[in-house]
Write a protein that binds this ligand. Structure first.
Ligand SMILES: *[C@@H]1O[C@H](CO)[C@@H](O)[C@H](O)[C@H]1NC(C)=O
Ligand SMILES: *[C@@H]1O[C@H](CO)[C@@H](O)[C@H](O)[C@H]1NC(C)=O
Ligand SMILES: *[C@@H]1O[C@H](CO)[C@@H](O)[C@H](O)[C@H]1NC(C)=O
Length: 396
């Protein structure tokens, strides 16, 4: 009786999948002409497999085992159903020539609803690009491609992906929603310029759960318009730390609303938990941002709010930032600082920070000119538990 019921159930599932055309098909890039020799440009094969999987009804899978090389690839949606890319055994390497890329990224996904990427190594082959004079060093004088870009992608899961040697940012996201990034690895030299591990802007409901990031710029950077973002279990270093910002460089930036950064370890990075905004900015805001349970190992600026962020003197110094920062928590942050000023909270005189809470902080500086101190402007934090160095002892 039971087995008849089970058989009947299976029959219904099969029937339903025929009627809706929703049985999954597999599209292998090798069937679309990929040479997979690691030398030939296989971008057309990737595009071919994507086009077929995207047009076919149902939830489809693209498989890519082996070593491939490719120039720019744009995976364009919307597709008929969700797409899964099985790439556990894939090593995809970018063409080394920076001028082979006209757009913002090497591999782009646009307007896709329901996308899972399992595994995969993306090697941006960036060594030549990093050495270009001026490139990436004085702002963005020449445009180098990010390894991966997601534009308006919803229901996105990226699991076990390895990203390295990007010519510029490793992964950027804009207009995305319902995103999970898990077990993410970035492995790039600490002197590669402008190579953020992951940059997210104008996106909501994003979780980064488990990442190991070694790179030459911010491990994680969150730009304007991010809402409901959770960053957990990230190890960072070498790199420039975990940053919200920079904010206020451009007109019409959207507010930052709700960020938690939790259970992370930073080792030998230039910054730890950082919020940065440009001076002379338009009006903006960032609120409800919490850094908790963070270990700092020899970090230069473990806690840093900098409302006068102005690299390469690209701004009008002396004009205060108008990005209002409020509802900020630093809780259970322990470890060592490689500089005397372990805590810097420099808020804007135009819009002083509000609702800053410091709870259980212990940052040690072992240099001869120690112990560690804090430096604050335009902020009156609330202190609970034990906070070392004393927050805002050198009030200006
Ligand atoms: C994380 O991803 C890597 C690369 O895909 C894989 O080898 C490893 O088993 C994964 N670890 C976990 C805990 O899933
Ligand atoms: C997260 O917390 C657990 C428990 O305290 C710890 O073992 C682990 O190392 C932490 N992970 C990171 C990335 O800090
Ligand atoms: C700490 O970092 C500084 C540079 O920021 C470096 O010179 C020093 O060797 C590091 N110390 C340890 C113990 O790693």
């Amino acid at each position: 009786m039971k087995s008849i019921l089970i058989q009947a159930a299976w029959f219904c599932i099969l029937l339903a999948s025929f009627v809706t055309g929703s049985h999954a098909a597999i599209f292998d890039v090798k069937k679309f002409g990929a040479k997979a020799d690691g030398k030939s440009d296989d971008s057309k094969a990737f595009l071919g497999a994507w086009g077929a999987a995207c047009k076919a009804a149902g939830a489809n899978t693209i498989t890519a085992d082996g070593k491939y090389m490719a120039g720019p690839i744009k995976f364009q949606g919307p597709c008929k159903g969700a797409i899964t890319i099985e790439a556990h055994k894939m090593i995809l390497t970018a063409l080394p020539d920076p001028y082979a890329f006209k757009g913002h990224a090497w591999v782009t996904f646009s307007s896709v609803h329901g996308l899972t990427i399992n595994g995969g190594t993306f090697d941006g082959n960036g060594a030549t690009a990093w050495k270009l004079p001026d490139c990436g060093k004085k702002g963005n004088i020449c445009r180098l491609p990010a390894n991966l870009q997601f534009n308006v992608v919803t229901g996105l899961k990226i699991i076990g992906l390895t990203n390295k040697n990007s010519k510029q940012f490793h992964m950027t996201m804009g207009g995305c929603k319902d995103v999970t990034i898990q077990n993410y690895t970035v492995n790039t030299p600490g002197d590669a310029p402008n190579t953020d591990g992951v940059h997210i802007g104008e996106s909501s409901k994003v979780s980064i759960l488990g990442a190991s990031i070694k790179t030459g710029d911010d491990c994680v950077s969150l730009g304007d318009g991010v809402q409901d973002v959770h960053v957990e279990k990230v190890t960072c270093g070498p790199g420039h730390g975990l940053a919200i910002g920079s904010l206020g460089k451009y007109p019409n930036e959207k507010p930052v609303l709700g960020v938690t950064v939790k259970n992370c370890t930073l080792t030998g990075t230039t910054n730890g938990a950082r919020i940065k905004t440009w001076p002379g900015s338009p009006v903006g805001s960032a609120s409800n941002m919490h850094f908790e349970d963070i270990i700092m190992n020899n970090v230069t600026n473990p806690i840093l709010i900098d409302q006068q962020y102005c690299p390469w003197n690209q701004c009008k110094a002396g004009v205060p930032s108008k990005v209002k920062l409020s509802g900020i928590g630093f809780k259970n942050i322990k470890g060592t600082s490689s500089s005397k000023v372990a805590m810097t909270i420099h808020c804007s005189p135009a819009v002083p920070c509000q609702g800053v809470l410091m709870n259980d902080i212990n940052l040690v500086y072992k240099g001869k000119d120690g112990p560690a101190v804090s430096s604050c402007t335009n902020v009156k934090p609330s202190i609970t538990g034990k906070v070392v160095p004393t927050a805002c002892s050198t009030h200006k």
